[in-house]
Design a protein around this ligand. Structure first.
Ligand code: HEM
Length: 186
């Protein structure tokens, strides 16, 4: 994955737990990289090893780390570096989710070697939809939950996410039931 992913994990850890913990996590993961370059590709293993080591060093489950990382990705990483792209993708949570299927094709204009996830929306109703997530990468279901929670916070829209189907349990791909209520008045 592009270095910006590993950089974002570093940012999350350093902001919340300090630079010493980040050094300990890199050492435990056996990752010998001083500075991750956003535009450079790194093996996916580096990212998985960092999450595994963070779980051990911080005494948190990998699930909680991936959820926190998903929220951080939306609320800090994406907002700071790519705010206009986020804004262009929708003015409300449901609008943003309906446009999610084409979102990473715009990201791929900046990151040409991107291997993006694929999303689609079905059963779209007032306040509810099924969001389908396809990826060749295993183990990122909780990252998606965190991303969706982050989007809810970004739009000030209370959101509930329930996992309806899991690839890790034999389904074709992960499916989330996403329910939202009216955005809080600004
Ligand atoms: C401007 C905002 C965003 C940027 C710049 C961005 C960029 C990226 C990049 C660079 C990767 C790594 C993939 C690779 O290197 O091959 C990635 C992965 C991913 N992105 Fe985004 N992304 C953004 C927003 C989002 C949003 C809003 C969602 C969903 C709600 C999302 C879902 C994912 C997922 C699930 C992955 C993990 C890869 C996988 O599942 O295979 N991203 N994204």
């Amino acid at each position: 994955m592009y270095g910006m992913v590993n950089k974002a994990i570093e940012d999350l850890v350093v902001k919340n737990f300090g630079p010493e913990k980040w050094s300990a996590i890199k050492e435990k993961a056996g990752v010998d990289v001083d500075v991750f370059l956003s535009n450079e590709g790194y093996p996916d293993k580096v990212t998985y090893d960092l999450v595994g080591a963070a779980s051990e060093v911080l005494g948190m489950s990998a699930r909680d780390i991936l959820i926190a990382f998903g929220e951080h990705w939306v609320l800090h990483t994406a907002r700071q570096g790519y705010g206009s792209m986020l804004e262009a993708n929708g003015r409300t949570l449901p609008e943003f989710l309906l446009n999610l299927p084409s979102f990473h094709s715009r990201v791929a204009m900046i990151f040409p070697d991107l291997q993006p996830p694929r999303f689609s929306c079905t059963d779209v109703k007032d306040g509810e939809m099924m969001l389908h997530y396809h990826s060749h990468r295993p183990g990122l279901t909780d990252f998606v939950v965190g991303l969706l929670q982050g989007l809810g916070k970004m739009f000030g829209t209370p959101v509930e996410i329930a996992v309806a189907e899991l690839k890790s349990e034999g389904a074709d791909h992960d499916v989330f039931q996403v329910r939202w209520s009216q955005a809080a008045p600004a």
